[in-house]
Design a protein around this ligand. Sequence first.
Ligand SMILES: [Fe+2]
Ligand SMILES: [Fe+2]
Length: 404
Amino acid sequence: MATAAERLIDQMPTAMRSKVEPILEAVALLREIRNPSVMTQFMPSFGRGFVLRLGELDTAKMVSGHATHFDWTYESDFPEMRDLYTRAKRNQWDAEMDVDWETDVDPMNPEVPIVPEHFIDLSRAADFDVTLSAVEKRRLMHDVAAWMLSQFLHGEQGALYAAAQVTESVEWVDGKLYGATQVMDEGRHVEAFHRYIDTKLNKLYIINDNLFTIIDSLMTDSRWDMKFLGMQIMVEGLALGAFGMLYKWTSEPLLKDILKYVIRDEARHVHYGVLALRDHIRTKISEKERREREDWVFEVSLLMQNRFMMYEVYEEWFEHKVSRRQWRELVLDMPGLHEFRRVMFSRLVPNLREIGLLSDRMLPYYEDAGLLRYMDGLDATRLSGDEYLDALQHHDDFEFAAAE
Ligand SMILES: [Fe+2]
Ligand SMILES: [Fe+2]
């Protein structure tokens, strides 16, 4: 139910509303972060993303103060990581040769939708007096697909540099060798998603403010384990959720093929993240540091869950018709977003449990957020990319299937 203030904003002229709403929303986002120390950590990146709007420029610089760790002995020191390195070498693929770029992709063809129309429940839009013709709906879904793929691409660019940074800073020789394969993987993902956007969709959106803020805060944090936690567990978990949802829902064969290859790689990346953090968090850091990380991942989970509102699509299509609040209501209830959250958290929560960040202190918070039902799922060290793909394809109740 809208408050009086919200109704007032809804009725403002579009030009005024489009200035007032983003500011109010940025303030609301900061208020949503309940833990003051997590908020302090995010403030500089938040300022760069939301206030300075650096994500809207063509280029950005993010400065990191991490140390590069050298080891002159070269002795193998982590057999499970070494094994992952071997698997990663053998599973390399070529984004140019291994998928069929000759596939004719027509985003306006209703027979082969890239994103199905039921991704957004447009019948709800009628509540706001928005009705679209069949052709307009297809154009809208094309923009939604371009928006999602653009965010995938920007996330992959962040993953490429984060993988390079953690390769420098981890202290295991086997971790460095494995990290080199991940840098290659992420480079290939950038290549594949960019080519798909550039040659098939012909539309690239700027980076979403929230994604910018999360990436900026990880790139500029000098602590290796925070980079790992943020990138290998949280952002990779987010990516696996989004890729998994689209893999399951798209009918377009080229995109489905690319996603299949990418998901296999990403499953290894999360596996690596769990291996690197498990002992470290359980035995190497102080109780205070562990609690700090527990609070941080919980807040970031909430941010990831509710903060990808496709405002850039809204601005093109609906800004003159409905307020951001009304659009937000529509998006939060989209079937596509429900599926994305379900797939993402069914992968993320078991990994947080495995690395020791779901202590009894945190359980009530996860319970309140409705996330405890994923607690018994398989963590990334026990679920390969192929098993994950199979579960996505064949089991509707994915988190239950994964727990079996
Ligand atoms: Fe990737
Ligand atoms: Fe990755």
